[in-house]
Every structure is written in structure tokens, then in C-alpha cells.
Ligand binder design. Structure first.
Ligand SMILES: [Cu+2]
Length: 126
């Protein structure tokens, strides 16, 4: 039985008191396998939001769209192969951080003068 949606935002809003109440009742608070879905917009020359959070050992789906320009994303550390982000299309990329840490994902497709500073930070926590 899954009582709590697996999104990080929901988990944060769920109080410790509520978790304790579920534990007393013998109901696992987080037992679902639904991945978190995080929508990130690419534009010239930033990702919005520029920083996201993920859980170690839990799948996160990055839902990427471009508001302007053709951008890209990749991360060998997170197992994300180079993927283009094109205006008018949405692309989902699943990843599961194996270890806690801060991962910096630079735009993987040259997009213009601000390309070098175009960064998405993934903070992976246990
Ligand atoms: Cu770029």
C-alpha cells in the first residue's frame, strides 16, 4: 500500500507526525516505485530550474523541453547519454543516482554565446 506520492516535493510537505502515525498503524509511508518527474525548461542560456534534487537509489525522470534554441544534456556519472532538447518537443530521461553528491550537467549542444555557462545541477541525497 502506497500512501505517499513519491515526489520529493510531496515528501517534504508530509509531516514527521504523519509519518509517525502511519508507522504506528503499520502502514509503510513510502513503498511505491513511482519515479519523481521533474520538468526542466531549457532556453538561451539556462536551465529552469537550474538546480534539482534527486534521491539516491530512486528513479527520477527529467522531463525536458526547450523554450528557445536547441540544447542538450548528458552525464556519464548519472548514465545519461547525450540527448538533444528541441523546441516544441518534450523528452523524458530517466536516471537513478547511485551515490549522494552534486552533479553538474553542462549543456551538451553548442547553443551560442552563453553555452559554456549553461548548467543544470542535480543534488542527489539519501
Ligand atoms: Cu548549449
Amino acid at each position: 500500500m502506497c500512501v505517499v506520492d513519491c515526489t520529493i516535493m510531496t515528501r517534504r510537505r508530509f509531516s514527521n507526525t504523519a509519518f509517525a502515525a502511519l508507522a504506528v498503524l503499520g502502514i509503510p509511508a513510502v513503498a511505491c516505485a513511482e519515479p519523481s518527474v521533474v520538468t526542466v525548461h531549457a532556453s538561451n542560456f539556462q536551465f529552469t530550474p537550474s538546480k534539482i534534487q534527486a534521491r539516491v537509489g530512486e528513479e527520477t525522470i527529467l522531463r525536458l523541453t526547450s523554450d528557445e534554441g536547441v540544447h542538450g544534456i548528458s552525464s556519464s556519472e548519472l548514465g545519461i547519454s547525450k540527448t538533444l532538447i528541441v523546441p516544441g518537443k518534450s523528452v523524458d530521461i530517466a536516471f537513478t543516482p547511485a551515490t549522494a553528491g552534486t552533479y553538474r550537467l553542462h549543456c551538451a549542444n553548442f547553443c551560442g554565446s552563453g553555452h559554456a555557462e549553461m548548467l543544470l545541477t542535480v543534488q542527489a541525497e539519501k
